[in-house]
Design a protein around this ligand. Structure first.
Ligand code: SF4
Length: 306
């Protein structure tokens, strides 16, 4: 397939045009050939990953997904563009019907999303993730949703209908000042904690519904010493807390890699990062001490459904 050229990112005549501006982001729309991608690497326990969008307006400083941008200019401008997969719901319906035909009685397992946030700001208007949930619910896949957005509570009416659901709320730090440095455009910690509580108490957990809730403290960012105990106590709302260090930074495209922006920021937090391993272990020890009834997991295993 011919390489696509995105308006504003390159000297060649653009083959994909800006549809609109949303905040600082260029919004593009295009059709996807497929929407369920074979899950590999970190999340290869799933059958598929599902990314309604490409790009992410949250633009977190450490985001490894930037490595999967369409070109190097877009990689550098991570957070300032998003591509809507406009036919995603239609394609998903066909792909799930196909899976069902080939694997009767074995619903697919799906991780949404691996390289975007399905509830980034554009979702408020676009409702593409909501459309995908509407398609999925009739096939009852095992579904894991990874987000840092309280917007997910908008879809409680559909989420309640899934039989095997895990929601991972990403909260890498308990300190607002640290959040503002590393992920300035993301929702507040308070809003995320409130959202995971709302989800937990609104989605049934009974013989027909196995709803589970994780907080992913990934990558583990510093939490100020006098805020750690309070933050950890708030994590009790989850049945699982997942901790993970930064991805390695290798600067290659198509390989998950921590962005340079985060590496620069790490220098500001020398009190934590000068001995990163020690900070990590001390935080893990506090989790173990303070969260008696919560499963604490590290790295890849923590991202599974079970
Ligand atoms: S919300 Fe997730 S996908 Fe989006 S920029 Fe942040 S880490 Fe990357």
């Amino acid at each position: 397939m011919a390489k696509l050229h995105y308006e504003g990112y390159g000297n060649e005549p653009a083959t994909v045009l800006v549809r609109e501006k949303l905040g600082s982001a260029n919004v593009y729309a295009k059709n996807a050939q497929s929407i369920l991608n074979k899950a590999t690497g970190f999340i290869n326990a799933y059958d598929f990953t599902l990314n309604p969008y490409r790009g992410c307006q949250y633009g977190c400083s450490y985001c490894y997904a930037a490595a999967f941008s369409p070109n190097s200019k877009m990689r550098q401008d991570w957070g300032n563009w998003v591509i809507i997969k406009q036919n995603a719901a239609e394609v998903l319906g066909k792909e799930l019907a196909n899976w069902d035909k080939k694997h009767p009685g074995k619903p697919a397992s799906i991780y949404m999303s691996s390289v975007t946030d399905p509830y980034q700001p554009i979702e408020a208007k676009q409702q593409l993730t909501r459309q995908l949930l509407e398609v999925m619910v009739s096939y009852q896949p095992t579904l894991v949703i990874q987000t840092r957005s309280p917007m997910i509570t908008r879809d409680i009416d559909i989420l309640r209908q899934f039989q095997r659901l895990r929601i991972n709320m990403s909260i890498p730090t308990g300190s607002e000042s640290v959040r503002k440095d590393f992920e300035a455009r993301s929702p507040s910690i308070k809003a995320r904690l409130h959202a995971i509580g709302t989800l937990k108490y609104s989605i049934p957990c009974d013989d027909n519904h196995e709803a589970r809730f994780s907080v992913t403290v990934t990558p583990l960012l510093p939490t100020l010493p006098d805020e750690q105990a309070y933050f950890i106590s708030r994590l009790e709302v989850a049945d699982r807390v997942v901790v993970q260090e930064f991805h390695a930074s290798n600067g290659r495209s198509l390989v998950a890699s921590t962005r340079e922006d985060a590496l620069v920021l790490k220098r500001k937090y020398a009190w934590w990062y000068d001995d990163e391993e020690k900070s990590y272990q001390q935080f893990m020890a506090k989790l173990a001490c303070l969260l008696m009834d919560v499963q604490i997991m590290e790295g890849k295993e923590g991202f599974g459904y079970e």
